[in-house]
Every structure is written in C-alpha cells, then in structure tokens.
Design a protein around this ligand. Structure first.
Ligand code: HEM
Length: 420
C-alpha cells in the first residue's frame, strides 16, 4: 500500500493505471481505504472524462439492476478519451456487442443466443468439456511435475473449451489467443506482440477478428453445423438478418469474454488452492464442495475489473449527486471484498456460505451470458485437480497481468505429483 497517498490520489490511480493490477494485495488494501472513506469516489484524471468509482457491493448491485436509470452506451470500458478518437480515426468500427447495447436493441440481440447459453442447453456439453479437461490433465502429467499452470493449463484449456462450442478449429486457437490478448491485455507489454502502442494492438486485433469472422460467416451460411458460430452467422433480429457490425461484435464478445475471464478465474483460484493444501484436500474428500469452490475462485479472482454505466437523469448514490450523463465505474473486485457482505472478505475459503453473493458475473440485464458454461469449465478442472493431484506447491512467485479491464494471475509456476 502507498499509505502516503491521499484518497483522491489513490482513486485517481488504482482503477486506471495498469501497473496497479500487478500487486493485488496492495490494490485491495488501497481499495479498502477508498471504500471506508469515500465509497462513491469522484475521479477526475487528465485525459479521462470524470467518473465516480463505486466500491460498495450494494451500490454496484443497485446500479447494475436499474437498467432504465443506468445505461451502458458504446463506451463501457475505461480508456483515454483521445484513444477512442484515435481508434475511430484508424477505422475501428464503433463497439456494438451485447455489453454496448441498451434497451430493446440489447434484449433482441441477447435473445439470439440466450437459449444456447441457458443451463439446460449448456448441460448437454458436459461430455465435451470433461473430455477437454481430461486432455489437459494428461498434458500436466506429461509435463513431468513442473509447469506454469496459468500459461500451460488454464489458458489453453479455457480457450479450447470455448472454441470447441464456438466451432473454431484447433489450428486457429493460437490466433484467437493472440487476438483476445490484443483486445484485453493490450496494456501488458507481454501481450502486445509487435506493437509498441497498446491502442495499436487493440485496433489491429479487432481488424484481424473482422477478417476471420467474415470468412466464418460465409462458411456457416453455406454449411450450417451444430455450433455457436452457425447460430450467430444465421441470426435474425426483429425479423431481419442481424446487422454486419452487430454480428461482428457478437463474435468478438463471445470469443474474448468467454476465454481470458475463465482462464484468470482458474489460475487465481489455483494459486489459492496451492497456498491452502487443506482446502484442496477438503475438495478431494467432498466433491460436492465443487460448486461453492468454483464460485469462491471467481469471487477471489474477479477477472472482469470493471464496467461503466451512464445516468439517464439526475440522481444520487449514497448522498453523492450525479448529473444526467454522469458515469460510474462498477468495481467488481472492490464489491467482492466488501466486509458488509462477505465475512472475512480477504480470506479464500471454498466453504464460505456467502460465496454465491459474488458480483464477478455482474447482475441485471447484462448478467454474464456465459455464466453456466464458465462454471462448468471451472468445476470440471477443479474436481480433477483435487482428486488426482497428490501434492502441489509453488515453484516461484505468481505474476499478475497489468491491465485494468480483464486481468489476473498470468504466470503460476508450480511443482506437483499425481497419485496413481
Ligand atoms: C469466470 C468467467 C467469466 C466472468 C468473470 C465473466 C464476467 C462477465 C461480466 C462482469 C459481464 C457483464 C455483466 C454486467 O454488466 O452486469 C459479462 C457479460 C458477458 N459475458 Fe461473461 N464472464 C465470464 C465468462 C464468460 C463466458 C465463458 C462467456 C461465453 C461463453 C461469456 C460471455 C459473456 C457475454 C456474451 C456477456 C454480455 C452479456 C450482455 O451484455 O447481455 N462470459 N461477463
């Protein structure tokens, strides 16, 4: 913690500066201070339109659920105002994926895949996910007792799971990984590829996604199959084919939102299980704990760091006036460590009775569409790790991605031994 910083200085930095996300213990200590002194904190930082950061669970919950008063708009992720203009000047189409749509347009577009993602439909994919989890456990065995769990297992496992239901062939997974990281991790030098400027990486990734998914649309229109790409390629909204931009952004959100998020939930949860062998053992002896354990991993890691919302009329939160057009930042990790809701919030505990109150998947009209699939992937891997690993320990210090939108443990060196 930088205890010499004022709460104003802290608020102006912790939600924005990518490097703050590389040390999560310090981040949470800073945010505890902000929440207790200024739970609705105005941030006015040069280069960024002002916003109010919400760090209380109750405020994030209330705003997320009031989708008339608080709308998303096309600008839901914090970035420099000038970067948005530069992205548009560089030819990047205006973002129009589900999280950037509101009202009827949002509902009608969400309806396109809502059935596909509901619990019952996703349950039919259990066998596919189990087979992929087995494949990555085999990979861990073959690696001979030492790996970077985040990069070698969590990332390719979650990528394969989503690409499998999507219908992206294995030989293109590498490309999807690079493009996803280009969009989400662009501030982390490790994920910028050949680009020196993070914005360049984002624009280039979006343009490459466009080329890839245009070809996929043509293919699935010619030869429809049982995959998600076919549903999106042939979708109709209000009786007409989905618009080209909306279709493109639909592909991008499923490809990106469905991957790094789950990967960081798994690597962040695994880091804690490795640090707490008693909890790994508890999960091995009582597999029924796996549902709660998966939620605790997602609460703990909170891979989506924020979304923005805009007031449609003058309002106030916790006594702080916010004018129409004013914007708030929903800090999901801060909400997930709010002591008003979670007892002993900074303790990882797979048996905690309040784990299901997590806000990692959001709430309200935009509640994560992939929640059932994400939980299925996490459970499949956690139960295998807990029941098959005999011993596991850290082989070095974990490293966090430096990005303020989607981030988490990007390197987790471990040594381990499987039982027979
Ligand atoms: C642990 C993993 C995941 C986390 C933490 C996560 C988190 C989130 C969050 C915070 C939102 C916005 C919620 C809101 O505004 O209230 C969201 C929306 C969304 N997520 Fe996830 N997600 C995860 C996995 C997935 C997966 C696996 C998929 C797809 C297969 C997916 C697809 C989506 C989509 C399409 C939306 C937009 C929904 C809308 O705006 O109507 N997510 N997710």
């Amino acid at each position: 913690m930088n205890s010499d910083e004022t709460v104003e200085e802290l608020s102006g930095s912790v939600f924005i500066d990518p490097e703050r996300w590389a040390d999560m213990d310090a981040w949470y200590a800073d945010v505890d201070r902000i929440r207790s002194q200024r739970p609705v904190a105005r941030v006015d930082r040069e280069g960024f339109a002002p916003f109010w950061a919400l760090t209380r669970h109750s405020d994030v919950w209330d705003v997320s659920r009031n989708n008339e008063l608080w709308i998303n708009t096309s600008n839901v992720v914090l970035g420099r105002d000038a970067d948005r203009e530069r992205a548009q000047a560089a030819g990047m189409p205006e973002p129009a994926s589900l999280v950037q749509l509101d009202g009827h347009k949002h509902r009608s577009h969400r309806a396109v895949t809502a059935n596909w993602f509901k619990a019952g439909t996703i349950a039919a994919r259990q066998g596919q996910v189990d087979a992929i989890a087995d494949e990555f456990i085999d990979k861990m065995r073959a690696m001979g007792g030492e790996c970077d769990f985040a990069a070698d297992i969590a990332q390719p496992y979650t990528l394969r799971a989503i690409m499998n239901i999507y219908g992206v062939p294995r030989q293109d997974e590498e490309l999807m990984l690079r493009l996803t990281q280009g969009v989400f991790g662009a501030a982390d030098p490790e994920f910028m590829g050949d680009h020196e400027d993070p914005l360049e990486a984002v624009v280039a990734s979006v343009m490459d996604f466009i080329g890839y998914f245009d070809a996929m649309t043509e293919d699935r229109r010619r030869c429809p199959v049982d995959d998600l790409a076919t549903v999106i390629a042939n979708a109709e909204v209000d009786g007409a084919p989905m618009g080209d931009y909306e279709r493109l952004w639909y592909y991008i959100i499923v490809a990106t939102a469905g991957h790094d998020t789950t990967s960081f939930a798994l690597s962040g949860g695994m880091e804690q299980l490795v640090r707490h062998p008693d909890q790994m053992a508890a999960l091995a002896t009582d597999p029924a704990l796996v549902n709660n354990a998966a939620d605790e991993c997602v609460r703990w890691a909170t891979p989506v760091r924020h979304f923005l919302r805009y007031a449609t009329s003058d309002t106030s939160i916790g006594g702080v006036d916010i004018p129409a057009g004013g914007r708030v930042l929903l800090s999901y990790p801060a909400a997930n460590r709010d002591p008003e809701v979670f007892s002993d919030p900074h303790t990882f505990d797979i048996t905690r009775p309040d784990a299901s109150k997590l806000l990692s998947f959001g709430v309200g009209a935009h509640f994560c569409l992939g929640v059932h699939f994400a939980r299925m992937e996490l459970r499949a891997m956690l139960e295998r790790l807990a029941t098959q690993l005999d011993h596991v320990e850290l082989a070095g210090e974990p490293e966090w991605a430096t990005a303020n939108f989607v981030s988490g443990v990007k390197h987790l060196p471990i040594t381990y031994r499987f039982g027979d």
